[in-house]
Structures are given as structure tokens and as C-alpha cells.
Design a protein around this ligand. Structure first.
Ligand code: SF4
Length: 422
């Protein structure tokens, strides 16, 4: 099977391009650069307390090991640890790591898995920072959540810091006040996508707000509109816009919030008329999909079914046949009669895996340029071998701990989400 890694490194017999020079570099070259530091529960833009761990250089024995040696060591450590260690792998993770995962899923499915495996003393999260935080919040206090490479963040989650969100809220409160209308709806409800720091989830929980995923965003926005006159949505503008539009909210009733400008770059009148205020974040992988790619797929493959993720821009979602979460995309392909042709607008590792697993269909990525989630890509099998062997030795490295003062409000917002039926 041709893996995404083969495509990126050019070892496959193809002439594909990838989206970044860093991807083709040796992982240790990229990792030798100063790694970002995350405070407990914060995004990369929030100041981290002094002494917070930062990903150091991976010991040479792992960096220099062959794929075969890493495979042997990972399997041996996993066998020794047994059910004391649970390895979670996100759909967008590379196959070289996914093959060791006990559970594979989206961020919400994996957080749920973390919450329902009390026997696991260590949960090794092969995803990105906010996912490991959510697993820490939902798992037991005696369970350690480990992120194999501390530099694996999410560029979208990092686009909203808690300080910026608090400033935004202060401006909105000054404009709207806090009084409910005749129907008992407060002026504004904060909603945050799962792809955000624990501090922002906590912020939402403490202010009557809620978390959503791409699977339940519509149900969560319905919940929010029952309680508020309008919604402020962090940090992904596209998921917020696509979901609200599908619910019938006109685009001219949505304002975009730029945290660097007063009132987010809006007039008071626009904000008073807005039903949805969208933070100006985005996913660098999903915003690459275009209407032109969809037109090219339709021209080349008559009868193609185009399915994109709702993190894509609104014009792409409008031009596609369907849009939905990674779980939706997978289920749509599984349910299709043999011989389907699918152009999929989501991260390449998942698309490539679906193409391999369901050979009865023709499945390809809408973007002809190979573009994996470059932050998740930082988790190389060498890091997985390192954290597992450290556990065998009795050492817990790269533990992600969300501060208590942050986790309680975040848990409230997550529990509200769990109570909402999609
Ligand atoms: S695919 Fe996009 S939203 Fe998902 S983890 Fe990567 S950067 Fe973040």
C-alpha cells in the first residue's frame, strides 16, 4: 500500500506534490526547531508558566532506529504494558502510527474512549494537544494522558487565545448588556468547537455555553438559539458559518470577529443585527479545498459523489453534493453500493485509508496536492516508541494535565454537549 508518507517523501512511483517543504524534511530536522509551549489547558498564544515542559530532542536511539526496529520495540512495549496502556489514534494520524492504536476515531470518539477505559493507567493520545486535554478532562484523575510529541498542536485551536476570547466577550457584553428578552433568552451564548483550548471550553462552560463537534454542531446551535438571541462561535468560522447557513441563518446575519480590531472589525449596528458572530479561525488543511477542484473532479469523473468536511469554506460546501464530519464521510462510503466514485474533501491520511479499505469504490482526495495535518504529522513512530518504553521503565513523560481551575468549567460545557441529542 502507498502511504501518505511515501507520497510526501517521493518514494512512491508518482509525481505528486506536497503542500510544504517541511513535510519532506527529516522529522528530526523539523523537531530540532524551538517547539511551541502549551500552558495547562491553554492555546499556544497564552503565556505558559515558567518551567512548562517543551518537547526536547528525541533520544538518538529512537531517531536513528529503522522502521523495523521501531515496530519491534513498540510491539514489545505494548505487549508488556497490556491493558495498562491505551493507544488512541485520530483519523488524520499517519498509518505508521495508526497501526498501533487500540481505538481509532475522531476527537470526540477518542475522548469518549478515554472516559470509558478506567483500567488504562496511561492513555497515549496520537492526535494533537487539544484532544489530549479533552481526554484528560474526561478521564479519571489517576489516569495519565500522554501526547507523544509536545509540539503536536492544532493551528486552528491556536488561533484563539483565552485572553482574546475574554476581550471579545467584554466588548460584546458592553454592547448587548446581560438582560434576557421576553422569551428568557440571554443576549449571546458562547459556543466553542472541540478544536479549542481547555481554557476556552472552560470559559464557555462558565458563561452558559457549550462545546460542539462537527457531528453535532447543528444540534448544539439549536440548543444555543433556544437559550440565546445570538451565538458567538469559536474558533472555526467555517464550521460555524456552514452550520448556521444550513439552519436557515442568512449570511448577512453573520459577523466575523477579528480579535485584532475594535469590536472585531464590525460596526455596533452589524453586531446588534447579527445572529451569529464567527471567530476568524480556520483549518489550514480544509481551507485548501476549492470550487475549481470540485469542477475538475466532476469533469474527470462523471457521476462522482463529492463529500467535504464542514471545516471547508462555504462556497466549497455549497458546490459539494454533501458535507459532514469524518464519521459521516466514512459511513456514507461504507453504505454506498459497490462501484461508487467519491471525491473527498478532508485530510489525506483518512482519504488514503478509506481508499485502501474500500477497494470496491474509487476514492480520491479533492486536492491533488498531498497535504496532511502538519501538526498531527509531528507524531512519528519514534516518539511513540519512546513514550511506551519510558512507561515500561516506570517513567511517565509528556503528560498533559489540565489545571483544576480550568477543567471544571470545561467539563460542564462538555457535559452539556453530551446531553444534546444530534
Ligand atoms: S486537520 Fe486542521 S483542525 Fe484538525 S488538527 Fe489539523 S490543523 Fe487542527
Amino acid at each position: 500500500m502507498t502511504s501518505v508518507n511515501d507520497l510526501i517523501r517521493g518514494s512512491a512511483a508518482t509525481s505528486v506534490r506536497n503542500c510544504g517543504a517541511d513535510l519532506a524534511s527529516d522529522p528530526w530536522t523539523v523537531d530540532a526547531r524551538p517547539a511551541p509551549t502549551y500552558g495547562p489547558g491553554a492555546s499556544v498564544a497564552d503565556p505558559a508558566p515558567l518551567g512548562m515542559p517543551r518537547q526536547g530532542r528525541l533520544p538518538e536511539e529512537y531517531a536513528a532506529a529503522s522502521p523495523e526496529e521501531l515496530d519491534r520495540r513498540i510491539r514489545a512495549a505494548k505487549a508488556t504494558l497490556g491493558n495498562r496502556a491505551l493507544i488512541l489514534g485520530h483519523f488524520y494520524q499517519r498509518d505508521e502510527v495508526i497501526r498501533y492504536a487500540d481505538v481509532v476515531g475522531d476527537s470526540f470518539q477518542l475522548a469518549r474512549a478515554a472516559a470509558t477505559r478506567p483500567a488504562a493507567e496511561a492513555i497515549i493520545f496520537c492526535g494533537v494537544h487539544f484532544m489530549a486535554e479533552t481526554a484528560d478532562i474526561l478521564s479519571g484523575t489517576d489516569q495519565a494522558v500522554i501526547l507523544p510529541n509536545l509540539a503536536a498542536g492544532c493551528s486552528m485551536a491556536d488561533m484563539a487565545s483565552i485572553a482574546e476570547v475574554e476581550d471579545c466577550w467584554a466588548e460584546l457584553e458592553a454592547l448587548y448588556g446581560t438582560a434576557a428578552d421576553a422569551a428568557g433568552r440571554v443576549p449571546v451564548i458562547p459556543v466553542t468547537y472541540m478544536n479549542s483550548s481547555a481554557a476556552i471550553k472552560d470559559f464557555c462552560g462558565r458563561r452558559g455555553g457549550i462545546v460542539c463537534t462537527s457531528s453535532n454542531a447543528r444540534a448544539v446551535l439549536t440548543w444555543a438559539f433556544e437559550r440565546g438571541q445570538r451565538v458567538v462561535f469559536f474558533p472555526d468560522q467555517h464550521l460555524g458559518r456552514n452550520t448556521a447557513k444550513a439552519m436557515g441563518v442568512p449570511l448577512d446575519s453573520m459577523s466575523m470577529w477579528n480579535p485584532r480590531l475594535p469590536l472585531g472589525g464590525n460596526s455596533e449596528t452589524a453586531l446588534i443585527q447579527a445572529r451569529v458572530i464567527l471567530w476568524n479561525g480556520f483549518c489550514s488543511v480544509h481551507r485548501r479545498f476549492t470550487v475549481e477542484q470540485i469542477a475538475a473532479a466532476r469533469a474527470e469523473h462523471p457521476g462522482v459523489r463529492v463529500i467535504v468536511h464542514p471545516e471547508c469554506p462555504v462556497e466549497v460546501v455549497d458546490a459539494a453534493d454533501e458535507n459532514g464530519s469524518t464519521d459521516y464521510i466514512t459511513r456514507a462510503i461504507v453504505a454506498a453500493p459497490d462501484g461508487g466514485i467519491f471525491a473527498v474533501g478532508t485530510e489525506i491520511n483518512l482519504v488514503q485509508r478509506l481508499a485502501t479499505r474500500y477497494p470496491q469504490h474509487t476514492i480520491f482526495c479533492l486536492d491533488p496536492v498531498v497535504c496532511p495535518c502538519s501538526t498531527m504529522y509531528r507524531i512519528h513512530p519514534g516518539y511513540l516508541a519512546w513514550v511506551l518504553e519510558q512507561l515500561v521503565e516506570g517513567e511517565t513523560v509528556n503528560r498533559i494535565r489540565v489545571a483544576d481551575e480550568v477543567s471544571s468549567g470545561a467539563l460542564l460545557a462538555l457535559r452539556r454537549m453530551l446531553a444534546v441529542q444530534p
